[in-house]
Design a protein around this ligand. Sequence first.
Ligand code: RIB
Ligand code: CA
Length: 303
Amino acid sequence: MMSLVVDCDPGCDDAIAILLALRHANVKAITTVSGNVPLAQSTENALMTVAVANVETPVYAGASKPLKGPQISNDVSHGSDGLGGLHRFSHSRTSESASACDFLLECVSKDDWVIALGPLTNLAEALARDSEWGKRIGGISIMGGSTSIGNITPVAEFNVFADPHAAAKVYTSGARLKMCGLNLTHQLEVTNETVTLISELGTEKSTFVASLLKFLLNRAEKMIRSRWAPLHDPCAVLAVTHPTLFQFEEYFVEVETQGTLTSGMTVIDQRTTRPRLLPNTLVATQIDATRAIEVLVDSLETQ
Ligand code: RIB
Ligand code: CA
């Protein structure tokens, strides 16, 4: 079974990704970062999610602000509590005393993959303290960036935009990288049928996930007047636990950190009329969305 560390900013889709990872891998720990919501809330949400899953997975709190530049908050996208505010689960869990960065440096080995679902600040801080860290671990599967459109800006995806300097450090670290950008995650859409299917499972996990999906669809209806929502973060888990569901292409990827209009853009060398720059990332281009939803639903059936 794969051994993973999930670095995240829960976040509705982060919480679903955590449950998916817990079902299909040995999750050594969860590390949290400020992103969708401030650090204290993302940490609380990670603790609640492991409580819902009824596991003892440790949670380590990480960075409360980006490496450089202003802190942006995206809490409108995930509700006031970062998890849609529809379903709270009481628990008495607390995060570990060590920091996320300390855990990443001391406890992630060559057999472990890090699933990065939020701004990449914790990983960049580990690289700042040990520039070889990325090469020493199994790999990093990133939900971030895009080979096409952005979301938080016309060309930038939220996780990369929230800390472009951190993302640039990760993409130039020499680590084995998989990238699930918006070009990929927009293929994995949530529908009313998905919510109904999951609601009918009747477990604590399925009730929780159904509430998260309902929030995402309700938000979509308000924002784009359509009950269509992409499921971003679970893609980065599946890219490691279920790689046969994907098509990947090897590309050179780097991050714009200076651009007035393009800060946070993942610049990907897809040229066809000139030699390309040496690839550094396995970029996911296709996903079998039907099968991915089946895997997600199956993972929620057992308590
Ligand atoms: O752009 C999508 C990403 O931003 C996802 O990780 C979501 O949780 C938000 O953090
Ligand atoms: Ca996230």
